[in-house]
Ligand binder design. Sequence first.
Ligand code: ZN
Length: 247
Amino acid sequence: MRVAIVPCLKDNFAYLVIEGGVAAVVDPGEAEPVLAAVAREGVRLAAVWATHHHMDHVGGLPGLLAAHPGLEVLAGERDAGKIEGVTRALADGDEFELAGVRGRVLHNPGHTLGAITFVIDGRAFTGDTLFGGGCGRVFEGDPAMMHASLERLAALPPATEVYFGHEYTAANLRFAAAVEPDNADVARRVREIPTPSTPSTIELERATNPFLRSHVPAVIAAAGARGAAADGASVFGAIRAWKNDFK
Ligand SMILES: [Zn+2]
């Protein structure tokens, strides 16, 4: 299995996941770059895997369905009704498949109520739930829900590659450095951000992403200075609120 990064719109990432000449596309924000990538890679597009219902992740669906009638379209069951052409709505733990390789869905509500992560072959396609050095805004859930979702992602094997939905890593790490000025891993990552910065790994996110570090004393202290209690959901909520206003 291999993955081709397909930049879309201003700073979105779609991904072609390729196995044995067959491809699935994750989060096609627009159709044209995806169709060009399919042609360039010489693969047959078989499926769309939608992490959530926002248009910058599924806006390419009409164009893809017009060019490839019969596409399988997978989405989380809580978001499926808001996404065109869904053929299968997935619940937490449901399996899916690409050319004989089996994956598993994690339901991670918070950014949207139906947000899911596609986990397959040591990779996690996290959409707008987990970013490089950050996380998505909590639009439909609440901080406790988003915190629980991120904790489940953090529990994936450390070597899992994280393919996220936007190129926000540099700005996210500026914020991470404000939360934890003494975190040497954050300082090193800031100096070494690749272009593009996707994929990351769970191990790197656990070391540098403040939204996976609500248990760390320095993060608890930073949240406490903003009035938060020491429990994980409160720490997460305070750090998320701080990030919303961070310039
Ligand atoms: Zn989104």
